[in-house]
Design a binder for this molecule. Structure first.
Ligand SMILES: Nc1ncnc2c1ncn2[C@@H]1O[C@H](COP(=O)(O)OP(=O)(O)OP(=O)(O)O)[C@@H](O)[C@H]1O
Ligand SMILES: [Mg+2]
Length: 357
């Protein structure tokens, strides 16, 4: 291709990613080099402006360092763009995916491109991962709906196994428990509320003890799920409410150990607020907690995506941390009309499938 840039963005377009090629109708979408989750979300949202452009190329050459959540957000946005364009019989070219170096090579390795529908690199879940990273990994309903087994129990085992990839062995028992619990609660939500047949998990661990998990599904989102309660009239209200203790779309008639009590997202968001960061994109809203700062914004990304980043320095005390968060949550729930007042047995339980607990 002969690319002749006419210069920076033209524009009535909302972002600075569009370049018009001289004398052609092609557009090149240049991936940003600085990739915070906020930028990833804005960038992925802006991709919707290219659904109907006749010729679109996505240029990955400038892409900067990516973390699990920002890469999952970007991947969801690209997958949606490519799918919609395919339905409209429009092709989408890619530039720079042949690189064997840097971020593109890492993204190829973790299955990012195949997830998006771009034929480059490994399949989703193909790389085994190690104590630094968990590649894009699908959890499918066919894996967890085993005949005669409680779905949540299978998800619990799967979650511990995924957390154990980045935190292997008894020496990492605390961090594995903290992340295993969080992965379990977020994956459960995809299947129990999102009405999906699969979700995607990715994670990373850094030398300073921080770790990040990212989980995404293409499901109905919190607003539609909570709409059956009749209490949250807008997506804004629903996404705010889903993080509060005791707020659930399920009425707890069946008081089993796995019944929904509205504590899963509350606990995960509190872990993020206290030990790192938490973010949720759902029902076309994005809410992020970062060092006690809250950002909320609308987005065009469909489905539900959750980010939890934590320092694992105190993770050996996770059962105590969990008990404290739940206890505080139950007190808050007392004051919230219509909420479930006490957490389910499993919301209070960590490390179910681990013998070292
Ligand atoms: N991935 C998702 N897709 C759709 N709706 C979701 C999703 N995750 C959460 N929700 C909505 O947010 C509500 C609160 O979620 P949360 O995990 O805090 O509680 P719960 O799942 O109802 O109960 P518990 O986690 O205690 O079993 C859910 O009841 C559901 O309505
Ligand atoms: Mg839940």
């Amino acid at each position: 291709m002969d690319f002749l840039f006419s210069g920076a963005c033209h524009s009535n377009r909302p972002s600075d990613i569009k370049y018009q090629l001289k004398n052609t109708k092609n557009v090149i979408i240049t991936c940003p080099s600085n990739f915070t989750s906020a930028i990833a979300s804005d960038f992925a949202s802006s991709l919707f402006h290219y659904h109907s452009e006749p010729n679109v190329s996505i240029d990955f050459r400038s892409i900067g360092f990516v973390e699990p959540f920002s890469s999952l957000v970007l991947a969801h946005g690209l997958k949606q763009l490519i799918n919609v364009r395919q339905h409209k019989k429009l092709s989408t070219e890619v530039i720079g995916v042949e690189s064997q170096f840097g971020v593109v090579s890492y993204l190829k390795h973790i299955g990012f491109f195949k997830f998006c529908g771009i034929q480059a690199g490994k399949d989703v879940g193909e790389a085994p991962g190690n104590s630094n990273y968990l590649p894009f990994t699908k959890v499918r309903s066919s894996q967890i709906m085993w005949k005669g087994r409680v779905m949540q129990k299978v998800i619990d085992e799967k979650s511990d196994q995924l957390a154990g990839v980045i935190f292997p062995g008894p020496q990492n028992a605390g961090p594995a428990m903290m992340l295993g619990y969080s992965i379990r609660e977020i994956i459960r939500n995809s299947f129990e509320h999102g009405l999906v047949s699969e979700c995607t998990v990715s994670a990373q661990r850094w030398a300073n003890g921080e770790a990040e998990i990212a989980i995404g599904d293409d499901g109905i989102g919190v607003y539609r799920s909570l709409s059956k309660t009749g209490r949250y009239p807008t997506p804004e209200k629903a996404i705010e409410a889903c993080l509060l203790p005791g707020v659930s779309s399920q009425s707890v008639k069946d008081d089993t150990e796995w019944s929904n009590s509205g504590f899963g997202l509350y606990v995960c968001s509190e872990l993020g607020k206290r030990f790192g960061a938490f973010e949720i994109i759902s029902s076309y809203r994005r809410v992020a907690f970062n060092s006690q700062r809250i950002e909320t914004k609308s987005t065009d990304i469909a489905g539900t995506l959750v980010r939890l980043r934590v320092s694992t320095a105190d993770a050996d005390y996770f059962p105590n941390i969990l008990a404290k968060i739940v206890d505080e949550g139950e007190k808050i729930a007392e004051t919230l009309p219509g909420s479930v007042k006490s957490a389910s047995k499993m919301s209070k339980t960590a490390g179910l499938s681990k013998s070292w607990s």
